[in-house]
Design a protein around this ligand. Structure first.
Ligand code: 6PG
Length: 258
């Protein structure tokens, strides 16, 4: 099984997490004139980042005409449903920036079922990429944002689910989510998410500390199986960061001299 450790960057708090992520995205999206692609993620953690990217200096600095926007997974609900990952990204970011509508690529959910939605999105990715198989050295994305769920899932790749082992398909339907919200999902697979110059995990808050510790130790959890053809970065705030084993625990006040 493939395991890539990645670089761990610890920042002070959720604001610093959003700002550091925004700076990394900006650095990956130069005003070069070539086509760029960003894959967004769901959940509450990236929301601060999305709002930040819609404000200065990022709004002015990003080459909107050249950036194509995707989502790594979505819930099979209408885009105006509060559970829609794309809907959240649109309300916080895409509605407030000069992104051409042809550059915005949501997972279409007004189709028969998750398998239809997955096939359509896969075809869209093939079209944008210009091939149906990945070509080494030519990543699909410039940046892929990822989150870490409390059970170790990432995107909609849940522990014990068959989609974890998918090697050929780029997008698959997930008829049953393993935790709330229990709505069917559509998700990119590990090989598609990996086709990026940078995969950037955003992990925040004390509720993520234990699971992040396990993932970074290489436990058999979905997020530990994520890999990147380019750089893999775990951007983590202090509350979520695993305790450093080499730091001595502070002595209780009562035992301190003086
Ligand atoms: C989803 C997400 C999911 C998310 C994690 C972590 O649709 O549920 O894409 O994979 O990234 O649940 O989310 P938070 O970091 O916001 O808790």
């Amino acid at each position: 099984m493939r395991r890539q450790r990645g670089d761990v960057i610890v920042v002070t708090d959720p604001d610093a997490l959003a700002q550091t992520a925004a700076e990394r995205i900006l650095a990956r999206l130069p005003r070069s004139g070539s086509r760029l692609a960003v894959c967004l993620t769901g959940g509450p953690t990236p929301q601060r980042l999305y709002a930040l990217l819609a404000t200065e200096p990022y709004r002015d600095a990003l080459p909107w005409d050249h950036i194509h926007w995707f989502v790594g997974d979505d819930r099979f609900v209408p885009h105006n449903d509060p559970l829609s990952n794309f809907g959240i990204a649109r309300r916080l970011l895409l509605d407030h920036v000069p992104a051409p509508s042809g550059n915005i690529h949501p997972i279409i959910t007004n189709v028969e079922d998750v398998d239809d939605a997955a096939r359509l999105y896969e075809a869209e990715l093939h079209r944008l990429y210009g091939a149906e198989q990945f070509i080494p050295g030519r990543p699909l994305f410039d940046v892929v944002l990822m989150g870490l769920g409390a059970d170790g899932h990432t995107a909609s790749l849940f522990p014990g689910h068959a989609e974890l082992d998918e090697k050929t398909r780029w997008v698959v339907g997930v008829p049953e989510a393993a935790l709330e919200p229990f709505v069917p999902r559509v998700t990119l697979t590990f090989p598609a998410l990996a086709s990026t110059r940078e995969m950037l995990f955003l992990v925040s808050g004390p509720s993520k500390r234990e699971i992040l510790t396990r993932v970074l130790e290489g436990a058999d959890l979905p997020a530990a199986r994520a890999y990147s053809e380019g750089q893999l970065v775990w951007l983590v705030d202090r509350d979520a960061a695993p305790e450093r084993r080499d730091e001595p625990a502070p002595r209780p006040l009562a035992s301190r001299g003086g």
